[in-house]
Design a binder for this molecule. Structure first.
Ligand code: NDP
Length: 337
């Protein structure tokens, strides 16, 4: 049994800000990252909550990312916003680029935000959910360091775990959002399994000899596998192209080569797309979305993606979150220097 500490969401935010400031970030960058960390713990996404703060801090301390980055917004084309993120952490770049993305999506019906030179370590639903709250159908794609073998491969890592998120607005309710890695398991999940002494599930990955294993530590040294065989492999490939090649970001292999072993976020490309249903001439879009969801939920075995997260959100806002005492101490030590 792991000993835990109960923290309010505000505690999570404040500890994260303090640790990031102590590691060399300025307040703007620290608060943007800490908001994403707090929201991850709030929604039960433990693998992207305060668990990630020591990694963020290690990258800052190693000088691998710029904690005082000033992302520059570039009006690239009528439907395209580009951010020069100055090798900063992605949350501030997204926060700064979002208003222009929304403006362009309102004007053009569809717009994209391309971020090519930031470091990423977060979940993606914080990118798409606010866009759906603003009325847009939204998608987000990010690549990462190479951990995943292409479908059929056993030893050679080529893709990141390459997540994508999709969000759709709903009438008077929180948006429906899904957010998933193209790998069978997110790397953070495998790290948590290794830390907590749990077994890896079948299909998560192979050991360094290319053999199947349920040992999460062996998978971390070997290769992760895409979800669903060649179909997930194709999604990993698509995300790689959209996130890295279309934005000018480092590919997952390039990010792996430029990574210096600090344990924190690595270079990644990042593409966010917003679409306005009204501009597509769809004035009953929200009504039809509800009809579609009703059909899905007519089967009691079915739930909507994101519902687990929203249910946890209501609970943690009231009761706070439990984090391992060792992690709490680690973050305190960073703050105290
Ligand atoms: P999961 O497999 O846990 O969940 C994927 C999605 O499926 C979620 O939206 C989830 O909704 C939904 N879902 C799960 N079970 C069901 C069900 N029974 N019915 C309907 N929907 C369901 O996510 P991953 O492990 O693939 O990814 C975890 C996180 O890691 C993501 O936030 C991702 O962005 C992040 N990540 C970040 C990376 C980076 O480089 N920055 C790299 C890879 C991943 P719900 O949440 O409600 O369960």
């Amino acid at each position: 049994m792991i000993e835990t500490v109960n923290l309010s969401l505000n505690d999570v935010f404040q500890l994260s800000v303090d640790a990031l400031l102590a590691s060399g970030a300025n307040r703007k960058n620290a608060e943007a990252v800490a908001a994403v960390v707090r929201n991850a713990d709030r929604d039960g996404c433990t693998s992207h909550g305060i668990f990630r703060v020591p990694g963020y801090c290690a990258a800052l301390q190693a000088g691998a990312v710029n904690g005082c980055a000033e992302p520059r917004v570039i009006d690239q084309a009528p439907g395209i916003v580009r951010i020069e993120a100055n090798n900063g952490l992605a949350p501030l770049a997204v926060e700064i680029g979002r208003p222009m993305l929304i403006k362009k999506a309102e004007e053009q019906g569809i717009a994209a935000l391309a971020i090519g030179d930031s470091a990423h370590f977060a979940a993606l639903w914080p990118d798409t959910e606010p866009l759906a709250v603003a009325g847009f159908v939204a998608m987000s794609f990010v690549n990462s360091r190479a951990f995943v073998a292409p479908a059929g491969g056993k030893k050679r890592r080529v893709f990141g775990t390459n997540p994508m998120s999709f969000a759709v607005p709903r009438n008077g309710r929180a948006p429906m959002v899904f957010d998933q890695a193209a790998s069978a398991a997110a790397r953070g999940e495998i790290m948590l399994a290794a830390r907590d002494g749990h077994k890896a599930l079948p299909g998560w990955g192979l050991d360094p000899n290319g053999e199947e294993t349920d040992d999460p530590s062996a998978i971390l040294k070997g290769v992760q596998l895409p979800f669903g065989g060649y179909k997930g492999g194709a999604i990993a490939l698509m995300v790689e192209i959209l996130a890295a090649l279309l934005t000018g970001g480092e590919t997952s292999l390039e990010a792996e080569r430029s990574y210096t072993g600090h344990g924190g976020p690595s270079a990644a490309g990042h593409l966010i797309i917003a679409m306005d249903p009204k501009s597509f001439g769809q004035h009953s879009f929200l009504k039809r979305i509800e009809e579609l969801f009703e059909e899905m939920l007519a089967d009691p075995e079915v739930r909507l993606p994101g519902d687990r997260r929203l249910a946890l959100r209501a609970k943690t806002e009231e009761k706070g979150v439990e984090i391992p005492r060792t992690l709490f101490q680690q973050v305190r030590e960073i703050i105290e220097g």
